[in-house]
Design a protein around this ligand. Structure first.
Ligand code: NAD
Length: 399
């Protein structure tokens, strides 16, 4: 049984060359509420088959993302029931973390790859540790140039930013573009994006394509150039809060006050506000207060992408749409799942790139997980939680 991350092979007596058994890669149907994505799409099945792997897909796994079983079969996958999915599987590909029941079905040494959301899944992490499962968390892949093709945070944030702009437009009582018609001239709507990271930039690009006037703000001054290159106006503040790894740092109390003042003026003149501000490992910064919402135009819309991590708007309710002071405040959860076809396609491509790190050119599992991307994303291995913030959390300390 595979337990250590070492390649398993036998030697051909005739040629002395290693013979590899095909690696069985299993893809279950995602069961989390509202999850429509699937971890693999037919095009990637075809690519993995070329490397000699056996791909097993649970019946109906891709249906909600509009990839029917027949397309997987045509690409060379085997469609199986859940009872036959994990038997002999070396690698399990997922979007969401596995459930406890699933972990219990996996053989020791199985490698599970996907988003692990460790902070909210400590029980599952502990079970994977105890059952000596190896888990790689895609959200821990470092944001380095070499890892760009496996950066699932970015691919899914792209899907979220696009969907946020569409949601904002759909809930707005106004046209977004300027219109000159026989029935009069319509002024374009103003869209404000707070936080111009991956999701924010995609929301800017989408709102621009819909014809709105777009303004954006970010605490990282470097974001200004990217915002302007998309044709939007960057709101300048004398703060540059670029922290480690290209992410933002938390603002000082004085900086927060300055920010509040500028943000509230910009929010008050916007028809749609899309907030995406986040600081890794912390609660989302509060950018839009109740008082600011009260100063907005009737019919204005806020789409709060930070809803799941506490919200950038004080009045956001995660998973709900609320109406306060005539303003529609949307707190969406799992926005990428609303564009499951393309979000799955991008995610599957990320997984294919990641798999190339753990399978060598002969199609065998690699011996040691020494690559810096693997070291950073290895959450559980050989009976240990390898990610220190998670193991600290599990032993009762702070992450
Ligand atoms: P994120 O989701 O952590 O945050 C979203 C945005 O919120 C960030 O741009 C951040 O600066 C901003 N923000 C935080 N606090 C704020 C506040 N108080 N007010 C306004 N804005 C605030 O970030 P992300 O989108 O995942 O990426 C952030 C950075 O990482 C960007 O510079 C991005 O270009 C970079 N990145 C690099 C790579 C790579 O090199 N491979 C890949 C992805 C992202």
């Amino acid at each position: 049984m595979f337990v250590t991350g070492k390649a398993e092979n036998t030697i051909s007596p005739a040629t002395n060359a290693p013979i590899h058994n095909p690696i069985v890669i299993a893809v279950p149907k995602e069961l989390a509420t509202g999850e429509q994505r699937v971890a693999i799409v037919p095009e990637i099945v075809q690519n993995l088959k070329k490397s000699g792997h056996e791909i097993r897909i649970e019946h109906d796994a891709g249906t909600s993302a509009y990839y029917p079983d027949a397309l997987y079969t045509a690409a060379g996958a085997k469609i199986v029931s859940i009872d036959d999915l994990f038997n002999g599987a070396r690698i399990v590909l997922r979007v969401q973390p596995p459930t406890l029941a699933e972990v219990d079905q996996l053989a020791e040494g199985t490698i599970v790859i996907g988003f692990m959301n460790a902070t909210n899944n400590l029980e599952v992490i502990a079970r994977m540790r105890d059952r000596r499962i190896t888990a790689f968390a895609l959200e821990l892949v470092p944001r380095i140039t070499r890892a760009q093709s496996m950066d699932a945070l970015s691919s899914q944030a792209t899907a979220a930013g696009y969907t946020a702009a569409i949601l904002g437009a759909d809930n707005c009582p106004k046209f977004l573009p300027m219109l000159t018609t026989a029935a009069g001239t319509i002024r374009p709507a103003t869209v404000l994006i707070l936080g111009a990271g991956v999701a924010g930039l995609m929301a800017i690009a989408t709102a621009k394509r819909l014809g709105a006037i777009v303004e954006a703000y970010d605490v990282r001054r470097a974001a200004g150039e990217q915002v302007r290159s998309l044709g939007a106006k960057f709101l300048e503040l004398e703060i540059n809060a670029e922290g480690q790894g290209g992410y933002a740092r938390e603002l000082t109390p004085e900086e927060k006050e300055k920010e509040q003042l500028m943000v509230s003026t910009a929010v008050a003149r916007a028809d749609i506000v899309i907030t995406t501000a986040a600081i890794p490992g912390r609660k989302a910064p509060r950018l839009v207060t109740k008082e600011t919402v009260a100063s907005m135009r009737p019919g204005a819309v806020i789409v709060d992408l930070a809803a799941e991590s506490g919200g950038n708007c004080e009045l956001t309710v995660a998973g709900k749409t609320v109406r306060e002071y005539g303003v529609t405040i949307i707190g969406p959860q799992n926005l990428p799942a609303r564009v499951p076809f393309h979000a799955s396609q991008m995610y599957a491509k990320n997984l294919q790139s990641f798999l190339a790190l753990i399978v060598d050119k002969n199609g065998a599992l690699i011996r040691e997980f020494t690559d810096e991307i693997l070291v950073a994303s290895l959450l559980v291995h050989a009976g240990e939680v390898r990610h220190k913030p998670t193991s600290d959390l599990m032993s009762g300390g702070k992450p």
